[in-house]
Design a protein around this ligand. Structure first.
Ligand code: GLY
Length: 339
């Protein structure tokens, strides 16, 4: 499918592992998560130049970006060159940011290899690095020209990576007019039987939102549902709690706050909580004492630093509200309460 995102054309192409390298221009420059390269020899035996990166959230920073800039310069990459990112959201966010800046922008392609990458990070053109203890503080809007979706690679994902991606899928389902919700309700715990359909629906839903609002000034803000809570949890845990788990918890907290602010009725609150709980083991959604302590001690700073200072909450029967920041103590009580 082809989409127009602002001034950028972006195409989502479903393919298989054996074919993907042939669909990328020769002499491209590949930035590959080293875990992916070790799982799939095809990425280790490329005819092109490649750089393996250690894709940890704590490495999604200026230092790693500098290493990539140096590698591009050393290899005489120019504006006509294509940079290909292979990996999850950390790799595509970081490589996308580098590609958007190197010589003011090179061709960019993404090959997301995680569920969260396929349905969220590699879709819609947001790039970012973490800076000064703030997640995604430095970034750009720079959609990849092509995003290759290879459903086959999901087979090697660990359960915790599927769980993390599922959180973004559930978020999409809870947005107004999503077709995903109906299907998830029908499927109940059998949602994996329609994995493929759900991924395609989610990509399309996100792309259509980004087509209407690439730069996150209106409708796209809805994609940050639960994310202010998630970013405080992730940052206070020094990224030991991964993004997907933090988003799943963040959606519950957003529902709780929406209910307390009387933005939603009890029925909708119960429905959201039941939907999220029915897809996860109880302890996945429960913050451990060490992280509750970390949030109490240093969460305020992260909360105030978070650039998404507007809260995205639930509203009415099927809507989303963009809500001004609430005071830290209220936010903290919601985030640390046992729910
Ligand atoms: N992940 C949120 C967005 O792409 O806007």
């Amino acid at each position: 499918m082809k989409y127009q995102l602002g001034e950028y054309n972006t195409e989502v192409i479903e393919t298989i592992l054996d074919q993907v390298v042939k669909q990328v221009p020769t002499n491209s420059f590949w930035v590959i998560d080293n875990k992916v390269a070790s799982l799939y020899p095809i990425f280790n035996n490329l005819p092109d130049t490649k750089l393996l990166v250690n894709a940890e959230e704590t490495n999604k920073n200026l230092k790693m970006a500098e290493e990539i800039f140096n590698w591009l310069k050393y290899n005489k990459v120019n504006r006509q060159s294509t940079i290909v990112a292979v990996g999850g959201g950390i790799t595509t966010d970081l490589t996308g940011w580098v590609a958007s800046n190197y010589m003011r922008g090179c061709n960019l392609m993404h090959i997301p290899t995680t569920l969260i990458g396929m349905i969220d990070a590699a879709i819609g053109g947001k790039t970012a690095i973490n800076f000064n203890q703030t997640k995604n503080l430095v970034g750009s809007f720079y959609p990849a020209g092509k995003v290759f979706i290879i459903p086959g690679v999901l087979q090697t994902l660990q359960e915790k990576e599927i769980q993390a991606g599922l959180a973004e899928l559930l978020k999409m389902a809870l947005l107004p007019e999503s077709r995903i919700l109906k299907l998830l309700i029908e499927l109940k715990s059998e949602w994996k039987t329609e994995f493929h359909t759900l991924i395609n629906m989610s990509i399309e839903q996100k792309m259509l939102i980004c087509q209407r609002d690439l730069r996150d000034t209106g409708e796209r803000r809805s994609l940050n549902l639960g994310h202010t809570f998630a970013h405080v949890i992730e940052s206070a845990s020094n990224y030991q709690i991964e993004h997907g788990r933090a988003v799943a918890i963040g959606i519950i907290k957003a529902a709780r706050l929406s209910y307390e602010l009387k933005l939603i009725a009890r029925e909708r609150y119960d429905f959201i909580i039941k939907l999220i709980r029915s897809h996860y083991p109880a302890n996945y959604l429960q913050l451990e004492m060490w992280i509750i302590n970390a949030i109490s001690n240093k969460g305020k700073e992260f909360y105030e630093n978070d650039k998404k200072s507007k809260l995205i909450l639930f509203s009415g029967e099927n809507d989303i509200a963009v809500f001004d920041t609430i005071e830290w103590n209220k936010f903290k009580n919601i985030i640390i309460e046992v729910s």
